[in-house]
Design a protein around this ligand. Structure first.
Ligand SMILES: Cc1cc2nc3c(=O)[nH]c(=O)nc-3n(C[C@H](O)[C@H](O)[C@H](O)COP(=O)(O)OP(=O)(O)OC[C@H]3O[C@@H](n4cnc5c(N)ncnc54)[C@H](O)[C@@H]3O)c2cc1C
Length: 479
């Protein structure tokens, strides 16, 4: 098949990795195409991930606050009602507006958008299939794989997206489940569990590990567990799924803890046990792009090149946290590397956020990781009960914890659980990016009254901790 057009770069996938890479490439003067199999651009993040989940988290939080908290502010709400159809329509509008923005952004940078499914047919050749049978070939000096990931199902129980659902189905239930079962207590399960719990569902989370959101700093994770249980979430840790039986209206799940079995009945079951890189049908083995047999991740070097040097890969396809901002950072770095520029992603300063209420946000090492590495350290923490602004808002749950090197004072990790943690963590990321000391944060003037003052206070606590290697919890109540 003769090739139709030649590009400097073809990006396969228009998620936060792919579209950001395509824009950066165009800015660097590359003739760029971006191929997307769906009609809507933006990938998982914009269509069935970050954005719709946060839209529903925000809507459901308003509903919950109106029911439970407005009274204390002297606001009378009368009889509250839920219009789920409107809530879902609003979510769809947010998604549509943002995906339209991505199209405008690409078009504005003269990136050629090609709709169809792509596969590699050589180190510089991509075949695009549109509809049935219709195939076209394109050539490119560089090819960037950014095809993302797909949810993992329970063995023998594929997603039907009605009863047994992935996040995609759980973002679009047409009615509030009576009892929503969630297999997997990671951030996706906890966020979507929070949405439906606030809207009235009973929610049971089944987690195989001894704790939910296992990657969190232990102290923060325990606090999140306690606060979610207090909100009514039924959390079963150390618990395995021993069997699943689906009938027309119910899903019966046998769970097992310490050898003891229990049967639970749900009307909807969300399976959020992880995601796997999406490499199927991409033609990787035919072209010689190596994939890790266990994880399914595409193997890359420090410049994001695969085992075929003209083919690079980024985002959920490659090792590292499966996060939109990590995919975007890699997209920029990969393209800059292609252009011969120095390219690097600082993997030590990637924020991770759980959008529960309260939010959880962290960057850098946890206290457990610091201990494990034998690094001398100090911690300082500060509760939101001590922050004036948090008191004004009635959002006093949680704290900020700063972990710093015991000798150099360099910040090693920042962990926040509390309202607005997601936005506050940006300061922590910047501090880590600049190799700041805890004293730098402590001496930086923070506006008053703000939630961010709690970070300053925690840093003060940590920087004053004089005992080498000690865990100086310098938490003081402030104004
Ligand atoms: C419910 C949920 C909530 C999330 N919330 C957050 C969050 O709050 N913050 C965060 O940072 N991350 C979040 N994530 C993770 C985030 O969505 C992913 O890490 C991110 O989308 C990965 O970006 P990517 O560009 O690698 O791939 P994707 O966003 O998955 O994009 C890949 C694109 O490639 C396309 N594609 C695949 N194969 C082909 C092919 N052969 N030909 C053409 N096109 C193809 C796909 O259709 C898709 O559009 C969430 C995920 C989920 C599921």
């Amino acid at each position: 098949m003769a090739s139709k057009e030649t590009f400097d770069l073809i990006v396969i996938g228009s998620g936060p990795g792919g579209y950001v890479a395509a824009v950066r490439a165009a800015q660097l003067g590359m003739k760029t195409a971006c191929i997307e199999k769906h009609t809507r651009l933006g990938g998982v993040c914009l269509n069935v991930g970050c954005i719709p989940s946060k839209a529903l988290l925000d809507s459901s939080e308003y509903y919950h606050l109106a029911q439970t908290r407005f009274g204390e502010h002297g606001i009378k709400t009368g009889r509250l009602g839920l219009d789920l159809k409107q809530m879902l329509a609003r979510k769809e509008k947010v998604v549509k507006d943002l995906t339209d923005n991505v199209r405008q952004l690409l078009e504005g940078h003269d990136v050629t958008i090609l709709q169809g499914t792509a596969r590699l047919a050589g180190p510089n050749r991509v075949i695009l299939t549109r509809g049935k049978q219709k195939e076209e070939a394109f050539e490119a000096k560089h090819i960037l794989l950014a095809t993302g990931s797909a949810p993992v199902a329970l063995p023998g129980h594929p997603f039907d997206e009605k009863q047994i659902v992935s996040a995609t189905g759980a973002l679009a239930f047409d009615a509030v489940p009576k009892h929503l079962g969630i297999v997997g207590g990671g951030y996706i399960g906890l966020e979507l569990g929070s949405v439906w719990m606030r809207l009235g569902a009973k929610v049971t989370v089944i987690e195989m590990l001894p704790k939910i959101a296992a990657g969190l700093d232990g102290q923060v994770g325990r606090t999140l567990d306690r606060l979610l249980r207090k909100q009514g979430m039924d959390i079963r840790v150390d618990t395995k799924v021993a069997g699943v039986k689906k009938t027309a209206k119910q899903i019966k799940v046998a769970i097992e803890k310490n050898g003891k079995q229990e049967n639970l009945t749900f009307d909807r079951l969300l399976v959020s046990i992880g995601r796997r890189p999406l490499t199927q049908g991409l033609g990787l083995s035919e072209v010689g792009v190596e994939v890790d047999a266990r994880s399914g991740q595409v193997k890359i070097d420090d410049q994001y090149r695969t085992s075929v040097p003209s083919v690079s890969a980024i985002g959920d396809l490659v090792p590292g946290p499966m996060l939109a901002h990590k995919a975007s950072a890699e997209g920029i770095a990969a393209v800059e590397a292609m252009a011969g520029q120095p390219a690097e992603v600082n993997y030590d300063a990637i924020p991770a956020i759980v959008y529960t209420a309260p939010e959880v946000a962290s960057v850098g090492l946890t206290e457990e990781q610091v201990k494990e590495r034998g690094v001398p350290y100090c911690t300082g923490s500060y509760p939101f009960t001590g922050a004036g602004r948090a008191r004004c808002m009635g959002e006093t749950d949680g704290f900020v914890k700063v972990i710093r090197h015991g000798r150099t004072d360099r910040v090693l990790g920042i962990h926040i659980i509390g309202a607005r943690a997601a936005d506050m963590i940006a300061e922590g990321v910047l501090a880590m990016e600049f190799n700041a000391s805890s004293e730098d944060i402590a001496r930086t003037i923070h506006g008053h009254p703000t939630f961010a003052e709690a970070l300053m206070e925690a840093a003060m606590g940590a920087s004053q901790c004089a005992i080498y290697g000690a865990q100086g919890k310098a938490s003081t109540e402030g104004p």
